[in-house]
Every structure is written in structure tokens, then in C-alpha cells.
Design a protein around this ligand. Sequence first.
Ligand code: URA
Length: 240
Amino acid sequence: MNGETRRLSRALRQHVESLRALGVAAVPATEPGHPATVRWRGGRRECRTPQANGPPSKEEQLASLAEAVAACRRCPLYQTRTHAVISDGSPRAELVFVGEAPGRDEDLQGVPFVGRAGQLLTKMIEAMGLKREQVYICNVLKDRPPGNRTPLPEEMEACLPFLEEQLRIVRPKVICALGSVAVKALLGPYVAITRVRGEVREYQGIPLVPTFHPAYLLRNPAAKKLAWEDLKKVKSLLQQ
Ligand code: URA
């Protein structure tokens, strides 16, 4: 097996494991143009018809993922949510921002990063010369933890397959992990933001830049200077 085959085989194995964790029991092969039927534990569900010629588009894959999130009962947070919050921005983005979990405003609107921290994130994106619609924004958890408490390890574990799927589908050029929870989810439970901030790490072969969460920057404006250094690093990775 050469390097590329090994990488593809690793990615395929991870994809199958993610699907299994999401409750998909079997995915039968379908002919182009036929509706795909995905069998979930406990029932069958029709997916959208794939593109007439070829595999489902990123948009179609993300729409299926959104359905799976809506049906998810893997942790109790679905009981207290108003909306599941999946993503904002472009599925074809070169840059993905990963935050922690929806807060109150996000839960009410069903869109990530729309509250005060979100407004700061939008300004950070614009300071990089980008528009919010050009990037893809998502969180580790898709449902709001009550009172905006820090996500529990078991909630992160339950929700992580969705984030892994989002990153596999979008496959951006660069990932920017916002704060401690995103860093732990993507780099490992013992990795501290204070230790890796300022470095360029990797997630599944994609450069990952850890930086402070915008909510932390609102509480500690002096740290904005360091965050700007990180965003400049992201910009230069995008230009490479
Ligand atoms: N904080 C997050 O981490 N994500 C959001 O969507 C909003 C605030």
C-alpha cells in the first residue's frame, strides 16, 4: 500500500466508524438517480436523491447529517434544546472555525455564533479580509448545555462523530479551533489550549490553528493581540 492508499484507507475507516457511532447500521449501494435508503438502528430513513451522476454533493451530505442530528438521542441535551445548532457558512469553505457549544442566542435561532461572542467572531473573520459566508462555522456540541455550562466529557464523546463528519465532508484547507473544548475534541482530552496556542497542529492531515475562544477574548481583551497573531497564521496557511 502506498502513502495515498494508506491515507484513503484510514479516512474510509474513520468515516465508517463515524457512521456507526451515529447509528447507521448499513448503507446499501444505489444506482445513480435512485433514492438512497440508509438503515438506522430502529428504523429506515430515506435520504435525498443523490446527484444524477456521481456521489452526493457536500450540501446533500450535510443535509443528511442535519437529519441525523435532529434525530439524535445519544445524550440528554436534546430534551432541553430549542434548536439543534449545526453550522453556518459555506460547505465549500477553505477555512472552518470550531467553537464549543451553542449558547442562549444560538439555541433560540438555530445558528452558531450569533450572540456577543459571535459578533466578535464575525469581526475577527472580517479583519482577516473574509466574509462570514465564505467560512464554515460549527461547534463541538450541537445542543446547548443548560445555563451554558462547560460540556461534559460524555456529551463531547456523544457529539464528536457529527463534528468529525462535518470536517470530513467540508475538508477545509485550515481549521481554527476556538478555545479549550474545541482543542480537546480535535487534539485530545489532555491537550491544553494554553500549551498549544501559538502553534500549528494537525487534524487528519489538515493544519489546525488553536486560538482563544471569542467569549474569553470578551472577558480578557488583552489577549486579542495574541489571537490576531493566530489569525495571521491562519491567513498565511490559506495563502500557501
Ligand atoms: N460559543 C460557542 O462556542 N459557540 C457558539 O455557537 C456560540 C458561542
